[in-house]
Design a binder for this molecule. Structure first.
Ligand code: DON
Length: 591
């Protein structure tokens, strides 16, 4: 227990007297959006208690996992740019200051709603190169190897530059060059290295230093840049300059494409110039559904986020979670049973819509949820095996999300990633950016787990030109009146879906304000492994004992569950932003 932590615990002691089980958390992140009259208790030792700053504004709000990127977004809004302009600038800025997950060598998804109520979803997920086969990732006995995660074979054709370019083409109001300028400045003139970046690089030093260009850029003088030092990336600055002057073509046809293709040939990777030429960001119809009168707009396949969350929320909509209380054993039990069923369908049915047919209407319907509820006992855990339809054959991750709202009410939720921290670990020589390892999100062989323990079916089998199934869940929530209420999303692999779902429940069912909703301890269940994960100190002993008694295997998570960057729009139009303290460099700024 850190000193800071002890101090916090004492600070709430007075409140504890009136709340013997935990402690009542004072609202600080704006008004509670629903008046539930319920008292929110967090366990005494829970770390995050509503004390971090929030952003407040009326003209705009930016919440990202890095304060410099947040600043870039707010500057763009203040200069008259709209939410999409800010999102493009933030996307490039994060590629400079947060190389763990911010990227131009990865991919992601964006969900938007314009001030006049139009919605859209952009898929800029990586694609598998034309030369790929499942055999690339299986040993002689047909067992998946590590190559979907590490090294050149793990790299999917990057989508980020095409995605940001397409967002700008359709919605941007400022010049493309102006949106890249802050990122170029950060790359050229440098920024101060945070403890989080230093630790992340050090933690992966042995893998990362295998690659010459990675060593050269990120371990100058043979070591990770020191905390507090200035870190410059001139090579990346040049790459961004080219993208600024030539647009996405620089990346997919021009000099950068050539450098990627050369590195692939050199290292035995599969991406060729033709794969880059063929890459397209695709507009998809968002998954839209109703939860207790609110409208939820989220990402459709090839992300599983929206469909899986819709199924889970439709199931719990049939229960009085508010009456059962926040994180009571009964409400956790019902959420977990909903997650179990939703992940069973996710893992069995979902994949790239350009390759597989999926019963999405059925899975996200209220009738389907009714049937699912009929199989839920109020006091007994179900057996995951009875839902799993993918036979099980055997025995630091990073992504980042940001949420932006502008003065005209345009909102964008964007999640993008290299998959694991620093992706494949490969920096493109003479281009200065990391390539993803997104191929690991595919099913390599049905029944074998990927890095996130997801056991998926042939619907998500790796194939040329296909996009791997994702869990990224950029989401926008509207009030029953149709006005904007929430903009949110998270990193965390499969935990993204459960973290986002719980934040929606925190706000709609439990009436939490932005700060408390984000700080609140989370749980996670993804069907298999059959474990109910909770955050350290996030559930008190008594609650865990009741859940165990119901038959749940209750296990502490070895890491925090997600990192939610949330905006709430209050009833009077005030914007409240809360960055997740689970990711230490985050920040919300409004004006
Ligand atoms: O698309 C996905 O679901 C994963 N590639 C996301 C990876 C992730 O969130 C890692 N972050 N903590």
């Amino acid at each position: 227990m850190s000193f800071r932590h002890v101090g916090r615990s004492f600070a709430v002691l007075g409140l504890l007297l009136s709340a013997p089980i935990g402690c009542t958390v004072p609202p600080q992140g704006g008004p509670a959006v629903t008046d539930t009259g319920t008292r929110i208790n967090f366990p005494f030792d829970w770390e995050f208690r509503g004390h971090e700053p929030i952003g407040v504004g009326t003209q705009g709000m930016v919440v990202t996992a890095d304060q410099r990127a947040t600043q870039v977004g707010r500057d763009i809004l203040q200069a008259g740019g709209n939410a999409v302009d800010a999102a493009v600038a933030v996307g490039f800025a994060l590629a400079v200051v947060m190389p763990t997950a911010g990227n131009i060598g990865g991919g992601g998804f964006a969900v938007l709603r314009t001030g006049d109520g139009a919605t859209a979803a952009l898929d800029f997920r990586e694609t598998a190169p034309a030369l790929i086969t499942p055999q690339h990732f299986l040993d002689v006995e047909g067992i998946p190897t590590n190559e979907s995660r590490a090294g050149h074979l793990a790299v999917g054709v990057p989508g980020t530059v095409a995605g940001l370019y397409e967002l700008h083409r359709r919605y941007g109001s400022m010049s493309w060059r102006d949106l890249l300028a802050p990122a170029i400045d950060l790359a050229e003139n440098g920024f101060t290295v945070t403890a989080a970046l230093h630790e992340a690089l050090k933690g992966k030093e042995s893998t990362l230093t295998q690659y010459g260009a990675t060593r050269q850029v990120f371990f100058p003088g043979g070591e990770a840049p020191r905390v507090g030092s200035q870190f410059r990336q001139p090579m990346l600055a040049r790459t961004l300059q080219e993208i600024a002057s030539e647009g996405a073509a620089a990346f997919y046809r021009g000099a950068i494409a050539e450098l990627i293709a050369q590195e692939m040939q050199r290292g035995g990777g599969l991406i060729r110039r033709d794969d880059l030429l063929a890459y397209e960001a695709k507009w998809r119809d968002p998954v839209t559904f109703d939860y207790r009168g609110h409208t939820i707009i989220s990402m459709p396949p090839p992300s599983s986020g929206g469909v899986t969350m819709a199924e889970a929320l439709n199931i719990v909509e049939g229960y009085d979670l508010r009456g059962l209380g926040f994180n009571s054993p009964e409400s956790i039990h019902l959420l977990v049973e909903a997650f179990r069923r939703a992940f069973a369908d996710r893992n069995y049915y979902l994949g790239d819509p350009d390759f597989v047919d999926m019963p999405i209407e059925r899975l996200t319907s209220d009738e389907y949820a009714l049937g699912q509820r009929a199989s839920i006992s109020r006091n007994r855990a179900s057996n995951s095996e009875s839902f799993n339809r993918v036979p099980v054959l055997r025995e630091g991750a990073n992504t980042t999300h940001y949420s932006i709202v502008d003065g005209a009410g345009n909102a964008i939720a964007l999640t993008y990633t290299l998959n694991l921290s620093f992706g494949s670990g490969i920096v493109v020589p003479r281009a200065g950016f990391f390539l993803n390892n997104e191929i690991d999100d595919f099913t390599i062989r049905a029944g074998y787990p990927n890095y996130f323990g997801l056991i998926q079916s042939d619907a998500n089998l790796v194939a040329p030109g296909k996009r791997p199934l994702s869990s990224m869940t950029p989401t926008i929530v509207l009030r029953p009146t149709g006005e904007l209420l929430m903009v949110l999303g998270s990193p965390g692999g499969a935990k993204i879906i459960t973290a986002v779902t719980q934040n929606i429940v925190n706000v709609i069912d439990f009436g939490m304000d932005a700060r408390i909703a984000v700080d609140a301890p989370r749980v996670h269940h993804q069907l298999l492994p059959d474990e109910l994960l909770y955050e350290m100190n996030g559930l008190d002993t008594q609650t865990r004992a009741v859940l165990l008694g119901m038959g749940h295997l209750v296990v502490p998570s070895d890491s925090y569950i997600g990192g939610v960057e949330l905006i709430i729009r209050g009833p009077d139009g005030t914007l409240y932003g809360a960055a997740d303290p689970r990711r230490e460099d985050g920040r919300a700024l409004g004006f």
